[in-house]
Design a protein around this ligand. Structure first.
Ligand code: T1G
Length: 690
């Protein structure tokens, strides 16, 4: 036997236990002894049944993602599953934790699957730009039906044990000791003495398939794929399960998998999987995290209310503070309404809503923050106001409480210096809506204590956020790079591109929407206020704001939104305004194609990321990718701006930046030294702080 796979016998039932922390991934050093154990037990008359179980916190959570892109060592998972299906005696998977990907496929090779109540089962390969490559696209439909299988595989979303039981994916859900009851279950199955039909030979559910309805479902899912190949391949593979004999469908699945696993999109999405986990690791030795039992939020507006919900959703008691009863009640009413909407949509039970609302305390008295272990300020974006707030917090917060500002731009060092406890101070830059958006930029100020940083980084993951530690500069990582990406926007319009042409270049690239549609959604008045505060102007956008055209909320912005519609409609008045401004500035208009639009927006984005790396504002290039994918919708199939720079070719980016720098003289096109180094070495790690 091996350290990773052990076999024990329990009253004639063989229990094969996999023990490969942390998630029992099916690495080669698991697959080989597992295959050998199953082959031996198949022929061992003393084993009347076989149970496959896992030690630790979860059943097998998948193939070992770190092995992709390397030579595959035999036996592969498919061989293990094929072996399982030659075993005549009952085989049972005992599932706890998350049976995902290859883990669920291993379980599908068994005759039976049993779980505890907390188990989750899913095939999330699509999130890695893949499809289930261990027969999941052919076996799952045979148990749950083609439509359910299609939904599970294309979404990649796991289902609960009870849902899996209802869908016939699971045979029993046990209370109490899972393994003991699984052994008993296996023994009972063995005593039946009947033949056990492997999943591959169960075709009844498939025979029920309404192919036209299936195709309609697949077409709808395809429309949402937004340029990603994996969802389409998943749908094709499940359709093959319906229309082809088992082995032909299995072979087709293999071909689709091999094509995806070697493609750029899967490489990009696997990069992001590990990048998110790296970003949450604070460089340096492990530090003792502080205990966070209660969170105080100052400000019950859009951001404060969203932040309060994010913590309540994570199970934390929240004290929500406002200056007076009226804004406090308004904030609480908004929170209640948001939860009510979730209940009406079925994404939250009424019981869960009440439980979360029960976590809220509301107050207009700073003294009520005294028992909070983390206090987050989300008040008006003004330095004087922030300092006044933290002056009051400083006077009431208990020693060791962590103080956080939600500022988007302001200097966290300056705010920290205004308190008596700069070591406890940091930034928690949430993205609106704060209860929904995953990204959380954790701003490490000069004096922020390591344990405070480690505490909030761990806390972020516990409330379902994707944390990235960033340094102090104007706009930190995301918004600073957003400014670089948008620096050419008005020049492109003045030189002849229509807002819709710029936006289309972005959506064709894979962004959810382009900068002008995004501006109308967010409200043009917000960036207008920011520009004025910094003494900056934007010829066209300022005029739109002066005309009260703030975007969707006023029915007019870069586009028209008739009678409250959300779909943007090109506005001839805006196009006329652009032409007039161009004429006033003596700028000749010309056709501008999508390639130029992307060069003049996305290359400065990458370039700013390189500067951020060089200045140590981000610790890793992959951290910047995590920010842009989780906070700004950078297409996951391209891995984030820094990963994409590698796909695009950094030398080409440098060459084109130099061209536009010669053409315009604008600093946003001046290639950063770190980008030049990347172009030579092919690795961002060569950047001094990268
Ligand atoms: N392979 C290798 N490492 C993995 C891994 C995996 N499948 N899953 C997790 N890890 C590492 C992770 O990088 C981290 O490492 C540590 O385990 C803890 O993970 C043939 C082709 C299971 C829900 O996509 O969703 O099977 O940072 O921080 O928050 O069809 O891990 O500690 O060094 O995420 O408690 C399909 C991926 C694979 C599941 C646990 N399976 N994993 O979440 O811990 S492809 C997946 C997860 C496949 C077959 C196909 C989560 C989790 P480190 P963590 P967590």
């Amino acid at each position: 036997m091996s350290n990773f796979v052990s076999v024990a016998s329990d009253n004639g039932v063989a229990v094969v236990t996999i023990d490969n922390p942390p998630v029992n991934a099916l690495s080669f050093h698991v697959r080989k002894p597992l295959y050998e154990a199953l082959a031996a037990l198949r022929d061992d008359p003393a084993a009347k049944a076989i149970v496959i179980a896992c030690a630790g916190r979860t059943f097998v959570a998948g193939a070992d993602i770190t092995e992709f892109g390397k030579p595959l060592e035999q036996p592969e998972l498919r061989a293990i599953i094929a072996l399982l299906e030659t075993i005549a005696k009952p085989t049972v998977a005992a599932i706890h934790g998350t049976a995902l990907g290859g883990g669920l496929e291993l379980a599908l090779g068994c005759h039976f699957r049993v779980t505890d109540h907390g188990a989750k089962l899913g095939l999330p390969e699509v999130k890695l730009g893949l499809l289930p490559g261990g027969g999941g696209t052919v076996r799952l439909p045979r148990l749950v039906g083609a439509a359910k299988a299609l939904g599970m595989i294309v979404s990649g979303t796991p289902i609960s044990a009870s849902e899996a039981k209802t869908a016939s994916l699971v045979d029993s859900v046990f209370d109490g000791d899972l393994l003991a009851q699984t052994v008993r279950f296996a023994s009972e199955m063995a005593s039946r003495g009947e033949a056990f039909v492997p999943v591959r030979d169960r075709n009844n559910r498939l025979a029920e398939t309404d192919l036209a309805a299936f195709d309609a479902q697949a077409a709808d899912l395809a429309r949402k794929a937004r340029g990603l190949e994996a969802p389409l391949a998943c749908a094709e593979a499940v359709r093959n399960a319906i229309t082809l004999p088992f082995d032909a469908a299995l072979a087709a699945e293999r071909q689709l998998f091999l094509k995806l696993v070697s493609g750029d999109q899967s490489r990009a999405q696997r990069h992001l999987f590990f990048a998110e986990r790296e970003a949450a690791k604070i460089p340096g030795k492990d530090v003792q995290k502080r205990k966070i039992a209660r969170v105080g939020i100052i400000g019950a507006g859009t951001m404060g209310g969203g932040i309060a919900m994010a913590f309540a959703n994570g199970g934390f008691p929240v004290t929500l503070l406002e200056t007076s009863a009226e804004p406090l009640q308004r904030g609480l009413a908004t929170i209640e309404k948001n939860y009510a909407v979730s209940v009406s949509r079925g994404s939250l039970t009424e019981e869960a809503k009440q439980k979360r609302l029960g976590l809220f305390k509301a107050s207009t008295d700073y003294a009520d923050l005294a028992d909070c272990d983390l206090i987050v300020e989300a008040v008006f974006e003004d330095m004087a106001v922030k300092k006044e707030v933290f002056g009051k917090v400083d006077g009431v917060a208990r020693p060791g409480a962590i103080l956080a500002t939600n500022t988007s731009y302001l200097d966290v060092n300056e705010i920290a210096a205004s308190t008596s406890r700069p070591r406890d101070m940091l930034g928690l830059h949430f993205f609106s809506p704060a209860n929904i958006m995953k990204l959380l930029e954790i701003v490490r100020a000069e004096k922020t204590a390591p344990d405070a940083l480690a505490t909030v980084t761990d806390l972020a993951r516990r409330i379902g956020k994707v944390p990235v530690v960033v340094g102090v500069c104007h706009g930190f990582v995301g918004n600073r790079m957003l400014a670089a990406r948008g620096a050419e926007n008005e020049f492109l319009l003045l030189e002849g591109a229509a807002p819709s042409e710029v936006d289309k270049a972005f959506t064709d690239f894979g962004w959810p929407m382009g900068p002008f549609q995004m501006g109308d959604l967010a409200g043009l008045d917000i960036s207008w206020r920011n520009r004025k505060a910094r003494g900056l102007t934007a010829a066209i956008a300022d005029t739109l704001c002066e005309q009260g055209r703030f975007g969707q909320k006023t029915g007019r912005g870069w586009y028209r939104y008739d009678s409250g519609a959300r779909e943007p409609v090109a506005d001839p008045d805006v196009e006329a305004l652009i032409r007039t401004k161009a004429a006033d500035l003596g700028i000749a208009q010309r056709n501008i194609g999508p390639d130029e639009i992307l060069e003049r927006t996305l290359y400065p984005l990458v370039n700013e990321g390189a500067k951020i790396l060089e200045e140590g504002i981000a610790a890793r290039a992959s951290d910047i990718d995590v920010v842009w994918v989780n906070g700004y919708g950078f297409p996951i199939g391209k891995g984030g701006p820094m990963f994409w720079a590698g796909l695009q070719g950094a030398a080409k980016i440098v060459e084109r930046l130099e061209y536009w720098h010669r053409q315009t003289g604008r600093p946003v096109f001046e290639p950063a030294p770190a980008l030049r180094r990347f172009a030579v070495t092919g690795s961002w790690e060569s950047v001094p702080n990268g």
